[in-house]
Design a protein around this ligand. Structure first.
Ligand code: C2O
Ligand code: CU
Ligand code: CU
Length: 509
């Protein structure tokens, strides 16, 4: 039996049981593609959805993460080869407390070099997962660092040069959640009611593997999957009670901007983002997130009728990409129904509506309403104290992506910052594509956006480490470089752009 037949046979039973579940027909993104990929006959709707998986929670005192290619299930009875730092389709959820010491061993059993980066954490240079620290097959890397960051939702992912995109896509990523006493005191939903979600989008190749071969136009705009995965599970569904949940969303996609929304139009209560809790909650029906960004929201299912379904989705939007005469921007954002946004072998277009996680409201409980009260304060930063302003041009043209005209060079230090200084960095995007700009080693304040949306969005308050810079925008951030000296990165987090060199080193001296 060849691999394809094996997949087909082992999958029939799993898919058949799942098929009895009603799906959310209006926003289906699958359209039977998985079944066709597996050589199965089309089922009439309703289609299958898989139970959401919560990765095992682990602490970091003596944690070993073994990066390896492994056969995992992305839905019951649907095996795929993933590259993962744990047993599941993505890595375990690392739970830390501020003040802990993390001691983590990475073992590389992949067939290529890798290294892990703790996205959003301020750590010594040696623990930051810079691409030049990548280790060969068979080697191990020891990380040890104190956890100094606030409670919040962070993540980790592979970071070897040119291979970050494919490795993170295949599963070399996981959630990293920090807790602290200030957060404990708030009585936020916890345990079963705290749902961290690592969202990715992928395509399945005909042989049942994850396809990742950016075609020419995808090397410019980015790589897009045809279905969403949460915590490594394709098109998942989660049974919930009629109460309030804390849902933490990490945009772990290769290139996709997510416009978070709930299918019943219900709002979210936004309580946090990249760098932890915001000073005040905010009620929003839509939240945009570029790759690498996180939001922490409360969703109240208390008024949702038992037996109904609510889809956490990425709502349709006009792609911010400006493709000029290339004709690639045509027909975007017209909703993500059957067939929409699937162009040839490609994925769903940027801006096409996409289902993320379905919630089935199954159990009535006495709702515990979380009463917004004062959240922990964040020290403000006065940009007038900045010692310097630096400007960075993000260029994408002619199959190249660079910053200030230079492609990434692992050994070249592009900028040198004095330890302890506050600076303003301005990210300028005159290119046709959106760039989610990420800084290692600092949490910054977004202080200004000129052009484009021309304002700071409600989810960009507080502390951030990624900011979305759309074409025509100029976004300024302020940060104080006062944690560690060393060599760190600033880059576009569209992983296709990053891998092609839209990244630079800066040194704190
Ligand atoms: Cu998510 Cu260089 O990082
Ligand atoms: Cu990072
Ligand atoms: Cu970019």
């Amino acid at each position: 039996m060849d691999r394809r037949q094996f997949l087909a046979h082992s999958s029939v039973a799993g898919l058949a049981t799942l098929a009895s579940r009603t799906a959310f027909a209006a926003t289906l993104t699958d359209g039977g593609r998985l079944r066709r990929a597996l050589g199965l006959p089309d089922l009439p709707p309703p289609f299958e959805r898989a139970p959401l998986r919560m990765p095992p929670s682990v602490t970091a005192d003596g944690l070993t993460l073994r990066a390896a290619a492994r056969r995992v299930e992305i839905a019951p009875g649907v095996p795929v080869e993933a590259w993962s730092p744990g047993d599941g389709p993505v890595g375990p959820t690392i739970r830390l407390r501020t003040g802990d010491t993390a001691r983590i061993t990475l073992e590389n059993a992949l067939n290529e070099p890798t290294i892990l980066h703790w996205h959003g954490l301020r750590v010594p240079e040696i623990a930051d997962g810079h691409p030049r620290l990548a280790i060969p097959t068979g080697a191990t890397y020891q990380y040890e660092f104190p956890v100094i960051d606030r409670a919040g939702t962070y993540w980790y992912h592979a970071h070897p040069h040119h291979r970050t995109g494919v490795q993170a896509y295949r599963g070399m990523a996981g959630l990293l959640v920090i807790g602290d006493a200030a957060e404990d005191a708030l009585g936020l939903p916890n345990g079963e009611h705290d749902l961290p979600l690592l969202i990715q989008d992928r395509r399945l190749a005909a042989d049942g593997t994850f396809a990742y071969e950016p075609a020419m136009h995808e090397q410019m705009e980015g790589f897009f999957g045809d279905a969403a995965f949460a915590n490594g599970i394709r098109l998942p569904s989660k049974s919930v009670e009629t109460t309030t949940y804390r849902v933490r969303v990490v945009n772990g996609t290769t290139s996709r901007i997510l416009r978070l929304a709930l299918s019943n139009g219900q709002p979210f209560t936004l309580i946090g983002n990249d760098g932890g809790l915001l000073p005040t909650p905010e009620t929003l029906t839509q939240i945009d997130m570029g790759t690498g960004e996180r939001v922490d929201v409360l969703i109240d299912f208390g008024k949702v009728a038992v037996g109904s379904r609510v889809m956490l989705m990425s709502a349709a939007f006009e792609s911010p990409a400006r493709m000029g005469g290339m004709g690639m921007g045509m027909g975007r954002g017209m909703g993500g129904g059957m067939g929409m946004g699937r162009m040839g072998a490609g994925g769903m277009a940027q801006g096409a509506a996409m289902d993320l996680v379905e919630f089935t409201v199954d159990r009535a409980v006495k709702p515990v309403a979380w009463k917004p009260r004062t959240l922990p304060r964040i020290a403000t930063l006065d940009p007038r104290t900045a010692k310097r302003t630096r400007t960075f041009q993000f260029n994408s043209a002619m199959m190249q992506h660079n910053i200030n005209g230079r492609e990434f060079d692992m050994e070249r230090i592009d900028e040198t910052v004095r330890f302890g200084d506050t600076e303003v960095w301005t990210f300028v995007n005159d290119s046709p594509f959106p760039h989610p700009v990420h800084m290692h080693e600092v949490q910054f304040h977004v202080i200004e956006r000129l052009g484009g949306r021309a304002r700071i969005m409600p989810w960009e308050r507080g502390l951030k480490d990624v900011v979305l810079v759309n074409p025509g925008e100029r976004v300024s951030v302020a940060a104080t470089f006062d944690t560690y000296r060393g060599r760190f990165l600033m880059h576009c987090h569209n992983m296709v752009h990053e891998d092609m060199g839209m990244m630079m080193n800066y040194a704190i001296v």
